[in-house]
Every structure is written in C-alpha cells, then in structure tokens.
Design a protein around this ligand. Structure first.
Ligand SMILES: NC(=O)c1ccc[n+]([C@@H]2O[C@H](COP(=O)([O-])OP(=O)(O)OC[C@H]3O[C@@H](n4cnc5c(N)ncnc54)[C@H](OP(=O)(O)O)[C@@H]3O)[C@@H](O)[C@H]2O)c1
Length: 281
C-alpha cells in the first residue's frame, strides 16, 4: 500500500488530500447521529480536512461538525466559509465568531470567502487579517474564484497570502483544468475540489467508469475520487452522511489508476480544449 496522497499549503502545512464535505448535513434530526458518526469515522481513517460553511443548513452543518470534534479537535483541519453578503470587514469577523461558537472551537484552520459578492475584496481581506491577528483563523482563502478574480485579489495588499481556492471539480466537470489550475500551481494556491462525485451523479451507472472500477474491484465513486487524488495539489472533499459511504470513499486512497485507466477516463470525460466559464453549484 502506498502512502496516502498529501497536499502542501503555502505555509508548509501538509494535509491528507482526501477530506470530507458537510453540505446538507444537519438538516434532518433523523440523520443527525449518522452524520456525526460518519465524520468521526472519517477522522479515525485520517480524513482530516472537514469542509463546512455558515450557509449549510443555516449553521446546522457547523453544529454537526462541532459534535464530531468533541474530544478530537486535534485530529481535524477545519475549513469554514463566510457568506458574501456578510463579507464586509466587520461582518466577516462577526460571521466567523458565530461559526466558531457553533463549531465549539477556538480557531478555524482555513476560512474562505464562499463566492464573490458586492463587498469590496479589500474589506473581506481586512476582516480575514483581523481574525488572523486575533488567533480566530489560521489562514484564509476563497471559493468559486476564476483567474480574473484571483488576479484582482493578488493585486491587493495581503492578497498573495491566499492559501486555497475551492471550486467545482470532478471527472465530469473539468473546465478548471484549462487555465485556473495552472494559475493555482504557479501561485501556490491549493485547489479544493468540491462536488468531487458530482453530487452523487458519478456514483451511478456509467460504462467507462464502471469498466475501470470492475478492473480494480472498486466502485465508481472510488474511481472518481482516485482520479481527483491523482491531480497534484488538490484536496478532495466528498460528502457522505453514512459511515459506509465514508469508509468506501476513504478506500479510494488505495486505488492506483494505471496510464491505460487514465487514458480511458480522458476519452470518456475529455479535458477542456478552451477556457470555460467557471461552473458553480
Ligand atoms: N464552495 C462551494 O461553493 C461548494 C459547493 C458545493 C459543495 N461544496 C463542498 O463540497 C462538498 C462535496 O460536495 P457535495 O456534497 O455537493 O457533493 P459530492 O460530495 O460530490 O456528492 C455527495 C453525494 O454523493 C453521495 N455519496 C457520497 N459518497 C458516496 C458513495 N461512496 N457511494 C454512493 N453515494 C455517495 C452522498 O450521499 P450520502 O451522504 O447518502 O452518502 C451525496 O448525495 C460539500 O459537502 C461541501 O462541503 C462547496
């Protein structure tokens, strides 16, 4: 078995490339226990990065994460996000303080602007910097930013400190490969691939995905995740609210795709040949 893939952040921090998402968690009381259990199991399996946001369930997903973190804070790298309409300088600080309370922790490891809104980026950055100085966040980044947005960000004082950009990236959604991912690499911005299973669509029947999976005695989900784990500098955050789903996804780290597998997947899910508008969910 090879060592699980890792990603190095600009400050030298090394993270396991496979983490967990939490969108739609905390929305049903009936699923709550299972969701907390799934996150706890993921932490046991070394899926350290937990991605959440104040938006998810109006804070309910952060509370699920908070439950999972009780007694295990040191095992996790917690990512949360500020909503664009809260992202003024003061609003960013108070949104983060509310998130910390729901999460039951002192510091968020990586705090992202969820997508661009109407507050000037300078203001959001000033909020991030104040939070860093106060020890409430360790580092900051963005989400759903295309190259033009990153250029604008880079030109601002402190802008080059951006640690990550979280974007929609999956086998079936490869537009970011054309221009955005090379930009990330050259500017030491980690890519966080959201909807890596295309919201579950990649787990359904597909002739090529199914054939590659059959050869490896794996599932379609595992092939889709292994393919993303093969992309350098990419943190992959599938969401599963079930222990079995998390265990299945964690096992994708043991799947090594061959050059032939990668070529077949490229034929079925072709890489972009031109710039595409950034896809967002
Ligand atoms: N920054 C942004 O704008 C943004 C946007 C979207 C998402 N995100 C983040 O990215 C994370 C991942 O995206 P996502 O949750 O939208 O989609 P996803 O991870 O691509 O897919 C999640 C769906 O796949 C199912 N699933 C997971 N593992 C499975 C498996 N092994 N077999 C079969 N089904 C499986 C889940 O159901 P079960 O729970 O029943 O397993 C769920 O319905 C989110 O949770 C969130 O943290 C960020």
């Amino acid at each position: 078995m090879t060592a699980p893939p890792t990603v190095q952040l600009r400050d030298g921090t090394i993270l396991p490339a496979l983490g967990m998402g939490t969108w739609k968690m905390g929305e049903s009381r009936a699923r709550l226990r299972a969701e907390v259990g799934a996150l706890v199991r993921g932490l046991e399996l070394g899926l350290r990065v937990i991605d959440t946001a104040e938006m998810y369930g109006d804070g309910a997903a952060e509370k699920v994460v908070g439950e999972a973190l009780i007694g295990r804070r040191d095992q996790a790298f917690v990512v949360s996000k500020v909503l664009p309409h809260n992202a003024s300088q003061r609003g960013t600080v108070t949104a983060c303080e509310r998130s910390l309370k729901r999460l039951g922790i002192e510091t968020i490891d990586l705090y992202l602007l969820h997508w661009r809104g109407s507050h000037p980026l300078e203001q959001t950055l000033a909020g991030f910097e104040a939070l860093q100085r106060a020890g409430k966040i360790r580092r900051w980044g963005v989400s759903n930013f295309d190259v033009a947005d990153l250029r604008e960000l880079e030109a601002l004082a402190g802008g080059p400190e951006c640690s990550a950009n979280q974007v929609y990236y999956a086998l079936s959604q490869r537009g970011v490969e054309f221009e955005l991912l090379p930009w990330h690499t050259s500017h030491q911005i980690a890519t966080m691939a959201y909807c890596p299973l295309d919201e579950g669509r990649l787990t359904g029947a597909h002739p090529v995905l199914g054939e590659v999976a059959r050869r490896h005695r794996a599932t379609n989900a595992q092939v889709a995740l292994a393919w993303l784990l093969h992309q350098p500098g990419t943190i992959v955050i599938p969401k599963s609210g079930r222990v079995a789903g998390v265990e299945e996804n964690a096992a994708a780290r043991n799947l090594t795709l061959t050059a032939a597998d990668l070529a077949e997947l490229d034929d079925a899910f072709p890489p972009p040949r031109r710039k595409h508008a950034l896809a967002m969910i």
